[in-house]
Design a protein around this ligand. Structure first.
Ligand code: NAP
Length: 690
């Protein structure tokens, strides 16, 4: 029989024994066997530490991001192969799309996220903090990639997304990965990893794969490694207590069972658009991936006077689901991932039935299209009802990882909030309501117990990404029972794979280390105005100290007329008693404008292509007529720019052909007493010489 291969230390190898046989979930035919028997797990970690990690950490965020993009593009060329295998896991086309193209989408998202990071191997975190009276000592935070490996132990339900949602993040952070998919669907993960490796896009050592158990891998983890686990709580707890993980304080991110819920707002009635939205969302969550989603809705809370209408609508909606072979176009719900999963779901449902009743579906029979129900791991959607949710713990604690959900009544919103919390921590919760007062009360009341809350109504339903979709730029994870972990979340996720280090020193040292100019650091004066320099020629700290300009009352009057801003504080004749000001004060925007007049150089064309905007602008002291302003204008940060200027104007389109970068400038506006009147960071686009 075909044995799945493991990717170990840069080579494809098979394990020594027969291994676990893997079956087609729809037809019960054998697909392959999987084993990691005889592999040298310690050597895998050493290889990741000594080869993969140095190869990745020496790349800048932008290089790593472009690598992710190239990989995503490459994988898109092999979709058919992946879909063919995915159908064997019981997934429909729509389910497979989420797994495969959702996973690739994650690579694209994290590729784009590179632009939020500097073109450096490290990142600066937050703002600098002045720690001294005379501005000679300050603090800052930096992030450097950890020196270890990310070990991802994944659940069976998303063999592709489960790997890529995690790897996209550790690769962008500069760490390699060892991926261990759940064995039963590992043949799909193996196929994707084969394409990843064949593409030659990742540096050596960036990825290793285990199709089978992890052997003694965890005995060899170190403090620089990160473990992420997705699966059942029982396995998670076993692993989390592992001696090496405890001894070495290895970060262990856990995503486990989750009793997610949806609440129908009391404002929603059967004829409202929100009613249909509610019913549709539940059906989708119960049947997508045959309910084998960590985020699937397990608990449904409905105002008690609407229970009957709700369960009748739900039964009607569920009855329209065509179940069967995912290869059949009419099929909307496939099989579970295997017979063992089906048996486990049935056992869990039996436990739930001790305190709930089955009101839709059957545990024993299911009608299927294009398949043999006796061979495939099919199960009908099962809707349960529990009339006494405060008296039953099981419904809030037992997760049946299949197309199973329980509907329950509540009396008022406080009860709905309390019931939602009885799950003791979930990945996500939804509330369907057209009333934002109800929504706010729910978010503030239940927010402590859910990783994500979706507020669904007709204003957003059409474009909503749905209750069950974790998104790359939003945090995925939940407190308590859900594991207490956090994945993705845009930049937040990247930081899990980097060490944050606080640094202290003089502004000049901090500037030299971070490559970001810090206020009060030594600057570089030169006879050439920085606007005359190309991107490559500019140095962090290049500074111009401008001429001085006196602000007059006439200037302020003219600026008020020109801009139309006649706010009372800018009017000479205002009675200033009881105001914040002593007399007519200059508009902050006027100060900013004269700042530009002072620091912008020359009528001639120069490498500065355009002013891109202002990041931060603060007016820190009123400027009255007679104030004499000058500007310290300093090159603060340089960012390469590899994106199009997305503007339709023809002039801007032409700019796409020019090689350029973004330069941030610190603008310090200072008066005759050497006090700061305003401060800003402005952005310009500067041409490259070559
Ligand atoms: P599982 O049995 O706990 O397995 C999860 C992973 O752990 C698999 O890769 C499994 O490998 C591995 N594993 C099991 N025992 C291990 C051990 N002693 N040492 C190292 N690895 C071990 O869970 P599952 O059946 O795959 O997934 C279903 C469960 O996952 C459900 O309860 C569901 O709630 C949860 N889930 C949670 C999320 C989330 O994000 N919160 C997402 C998906 C699923 P083998 O396959 O080789 O046993």
């Amino acid at each position: 029989m075909n044995k799945l291969e493991n990717f170990v230390k840069g080579s494809w190898v098979t394990g020594d024994d027969e291994g676990q046989i893997l079956y087609n979930a729809v037809t019960a035919e054998t697909i392959a066997s999987a084993t990691t028997q005889g592999l040298d797990f310690k050597a895998m970690i050493d290889y990741a530490h000594t080869v993969g990690n140095p190869n990745l950490r020496k790349l800048t965020f932008h290089e790593r991001g472009r690598m992710l993009r190239a990989l995503a593009m490459h994988l898109r060329n092999h979709l058919e192969k992946f879909y063919t295998l995915s159908y064997k896991t019981g997934a429909t086309k729509a389910d497979s799309w989420v797994d495969i193209e959702g996973g690739i989408g994650n690579l694209f998202s994290y590729a784009s996220l590179r632009r939020k990071f500097p073109d450096e191997t490290f990142a600066v975190d937050g703002d600098g903090i002045n720690l001294s009276k005379h501005n000679t000592f300050m603090g800052h935070h930096m992030l450097v990639p950890k020196e270890g490996v990310a070990i991802h132990i994944n659940a069976f339900n998303f063999p592709v997304w489960g790997m890529l949602e995690k790897c996209a993040v550790n690769w962008l952070a500069g760490m390699p990965a060892i991926v261990k998919p759940a064995t039963i669907t590992s043949y799909l993960t193996e196929a994707v990893v084969k394409e990843i490796i064949a593409s030659n896009i990742l540096p050596q050592g960036a990825l290793q794969l285990l199709c089978g158990n992890v052997g003694d891998l965890l005995d060899h983890v170190t403090a620089q490694d990160v473990i992420t686990f997705t699966g059942s709580k029982s396995t998670a707890l076993k692993l989390k207590k592992h001696e090496s993980i405890l001894n070495e304080s290895v970060p262990f991110n856990m995503e486990a069972d989750s009793l997610n819920c949806i609440v129908l707002g009391d404002d929603v009635n059967p004829n409202d658009a929100e009613w249909d939205i509610f019913i549709k969302e539940i059906r989708k969550e119960m049947t997508a991936k045959a309910g084998q989603k960590c985020t699937a809705i397990r608990r449904i809370f409905v105002p008690e006077n609407k229970m009957e209408d709700a369960w009748k609508s739900l039964k009607q909606s569920l009855s329209q689901t065509v179940i069967g072979n995912p290869l059949n176009d009419k099929v909307r719900m496939g099989s579970l991932a295997g017979q063992s999963q089906r048996n486990e779901v049935k056992q869990q449902v039996q436990k739930l039935l001790a305190s709930s009743q089955l009101i839709y579906g059957s545990l024993d029979s299911v009608e299927v299209t294009g398949a043999d129900a006796s061979k495939g791991a099919f199960l009908s959607p099962l809707l349960l009802m529990n009339s006494t949710p405060f008296a039953s713990n099981a419904v809030h604690e037992i997760e049946a990882f299949g197309p199973v959900s329980t509907i329950m009544p509540y009396k008022n919103l406080d009860e709905a909030i309390a019931l939602s919390k009885m799950g003791k921590g979930s990945l996500c919760s939804s509330i369907v309501t057209a009333n934002d007062t109800i929504a706010k009360q729910y978010v503030l009341g239940a927010g402590t117990h859910h990783g994500r809350i979706l507020i669904l109504n007709k204003d957003c339903a059409k474009e909503s990404t749905g209750h069950g979709s974790p998104l790359p730029m939003l945090v995925h994870g939940g407190p308590g029972r859900a594991g207490g972990g956090e994945e993705m979340g845009g930049m937040r996720g990247v930081k899990h794979y980097m060490q944050r280090v606080a640094i202290q020193g003089s502004p000049t040292s901090i500037t030299n280390i971070t490559n970001v100019y810090q206020q009060h650091a030594k600057s570089i004066q030169s006879s050439v105005h920085p606007f005359k320099k190309y991107f490559e020629e500019l140095s962090i700290g290049d500074q111009v100290i401008t001429e001085k300009r006196i602000i007059t009352s006439e200037d302020i009057n003219r600026f008020a007329d020109l801009s139309g801003d006649h706010f009372y504080a800018h009017i000479q004749t205002t009675n200033f008693a009881g105001t914040m000001f002593e007399q007519q004060v200059a508009h902050g925007y006027f100060i900013m404008s004269i700042a530009a007049g002072l620091f912008v150089d020359s009528y001639e064309k120069n490498p500065v292509l355009l002013n891109y905007g202002i990041d931060e602008l603060r007016f820190t002291k009123p400027a009255y007529p007679g104030t004499e302003i000058y500007i310290k204008f300093t090159c603060k940060e340089k960012l390469p720019n590899d994106k199009r200027i997305t503007n339709n104007a023809e002039d801007f389109k032409r700019g796409d052909d020019i090689e350029k970068g973004i330069v941030k400038w610190l603008v310090e506006m200072i008066d005759e007493t050497e006090e700061q009147v305003g401060i800003a960071t402005i952005l310009t686009m500067v041409a490259k010489k070559n």
